[in-house]
Design a binder for this molecule. Sequence first.
Ligand code: CS2
Length: 495
Amino acid sequence: MKTSIALNQENLGLMPSNVQTPSYDRNKVTTSIVHIGVGNFHRSHEAYYTNELMERYGIMDCGICGIGLLDYDRRIYNILKDQDGLYTLVIKNLDGTRSAKIIGSLVEYIFAPENPIAVIEKMANPDIKIISLTITEGGYNLNEATGEFNFSNPVIVEDMKNPMSPKTVFGYLAQALKLRKERGIAGCTIQSCDNIQGNGDVAKKALLNYVAKAEPELQSWIEKNVSFPNAMVDRITPVTVADDIKNLQDEFLVDDQWPVVCEPFIQWVIEDNFANGRPEWEKVGAQFVKNVVPFENMKLRLLNAGHSVLGMLGALHGYKTIDEAARDEDFSIFLKAFMDEEVTPILGDLGDINLEQYKQSLIKRFQNVYIKDIIPRICLESSAKIPIFLLPTIKGQLQGDAKIARAAFVVAAWCKYNDGVDENGNSYEIVDAMSNELIRAAALSHQTPIRFLEIEAIFGKLVSDKTFVDAFLTSLEMLRSKKVKDCVKEMNSKL
Ligand code: CS2
């Protein structure tokens, strides 16, 4: 058996021919993008597109400097240090074939807890034109129901007190932009890559809210010199598991401590609103448009909500991965009907997008057996996801013909999910910033079902909408008296 080759710059030339390696000279790459949150998604998406620009067009001035803000990021920092910023992207096709590509666009990395000043200086550096973010849906620190910035969050309180050693993205951005202003450096683009409707607008709102209190004199400078394009981002990127590392060693002889696996599909639709220039990502497939809202609506409410549908129902049933749930005929009929009858009518004008094709392709993507996207990844942080992915559909439908039975059923399944045990008696952890509140509300809902909808930061005024409350109560009662699959079968046959 051949031994695998440790991934680093020096060994690139030793990689077998079935591994694609950067053919460009990484020493010539200059950095103009700072990215906060170098998780798997950034590495399968923005860093991939940028690598393609370097590889296919020799465009070398768009190197990325990754930033890790959380203690948790220490691991990726150490690994990228060992691997000279290189990592492998393994694309798993629907027919079981896979390709391995080494990505070279990540050329620097700073671990913020060890060197906050270096991070502030890097973001303020005149060469940096874009600061991009994948900080998760919950990372914008806004109350889901009221949209208000949460100043009582202890890390925000700390950042206000110690501006030069920030902990949050807002603390860092405020100090870096302040330096840019003081030094007469041009503004930049803050580019959110998170799954949020109007992600650029949300990033802007959160930052301006923070700055209004922390650095009030900076507000008008930001308004004039910084842009916040909205974007729809898409590529299903599961958690990396030990088998992925081993398969990469066995099949491609690459010894990578943290490769990224993903599906072949990729999409990035971006509002063309960049304050200080941008890479020509359109050359490698990104779409620049005037209005990204229809694309966001479609993706968040069909793909992300679709994931939550399969995640919640699948978790109760005891499935482990999304593909298992998506290949369950009862669940996939339910999902397609949810998409057709509850989401499609309120998507509005989507121009020349073929929606039927999009929905069919989503179901195929969910069913990709090689992806093995684990259900806990989908269900984690649902308190930040459901209000973005699912509740807008319910609110939209309540303004129209009020078809919400399936969406309300998923909310009820989420309530039951917070009991922390599936229908086979196996318990699981509720990983959520609001886990205490969710678990408490779910427990109370056994006696008084409406308690779950009284979580104001999630449901806001929906708790007083009779149509929604009735649909939720009916679903929860059904889910507490029979198995989720029987409920779904019944709904599939009746509705
Ligand atoms: C998922 C997303 O987090 C989730 O619940 O729906 O991570 C999804 O896989 C991506 O947005 C796909 O583009």
